[in-house]
Design a protein around this ligand. Structure first.
Ligand SMILES: [Zn+2]
Length: 221
């Protein structure tokens, strides 16, 4: 990945972390124009009530990709979107209908992911879909697992059901997510330092020649 794309993905993860810290689902998105400029960003805000006319919040439509699209002042035709999670069926629809022509995402979503939807209308759009990124997928699922456990305390069966779906595609992300949750790592370190898991992972990742598990296990706050 080019340094620019790494920076874009980093910004999307910062959005996801901001969502987590504010009680919304930890997913972030950034949109890049066909000229290669960042034109908007957004995060999930379904758990918040934001008084901002360019933001969707306190609603089940307040997803990260929806907010990135909605808050763009110049439109998103022929742009590329970067999301920390595979866009859901609703966001995928919005992406198609708004003329975005490239989708990049970190983690697959076997629960609500929609990028495989196909009909003639979608096919004609020739949207380029760059599939999940294995290492970023782990980071996303660590945050997501922690969030699910904290927000489904009285619906433990549903939490396990969701996690088992993501575990099928990324067992390491879920295993580490459960471990981080048990050790309260996101809460203890993140709230105090505001240093997102992405930044911690990225710093640790600079140490080369280490197995990925070791890198993530070493992400001490
Ligand atoms: Zn969505």
């Amino acid at each position: 990945m080019s340094p620019f794309v790494v920076a874009v993905v980093g910004q999307a993860f910062e959005e996801a972390w901001e969502a987590y810290c504010n009680g919304s689902i930890p997913i972030g998105a950034v949109i890049v124009s066909s000229e290669g400029n960042i034109i908007s960003h957004g995060r999930n805000m379904i758990g918040e009530n934001i008084k901002d006319l360019r933001k969707l919040s306190k609603s089940k439509i307040a997803h990260a990709e929806m907010n990135a699209i909605y808050s763009s002042e110049q439109g998103v035709r022929n742009a590329a979107i970067y999301s920390t999670m595979e866009p859901c069926i609703m966001c995928f629809g919005a992406i198609v209908m708004n003329g975005i022509t490239e989708i990049n995402y970190a983690a697959r979503d076997g629960v609500a992911g929609g990028v495989n939807l196909k009909n003639d209308y979608i096919k004609k759009r020739n949207i380029k879909i760059n599939e999940y990124h294995p290492e970023y997928e782990i980071v996303q699922l660590i945050i997501k697992t922690d969030f699910i456990y904290r927000n489904f305390r009285d619906r433990r069966d549903r939490a396990e059901e969701l996690l088992s779906v993501w575990e099928e595609t990324c067992p390491l992300g879920i295993r580490l997510g459960k471990q981080w949750y048990k050790e309260n790592r996101l809460i203890n370190s993140g709230a105090a330092s505001r240093l997102s898991p992405y930044k911690r992972w990225h710093a640790a990742g600079r140490e080369k020649n280490r197995h990925r598990t070791k890198i993530l296990d070493r992400c001490e706050p």
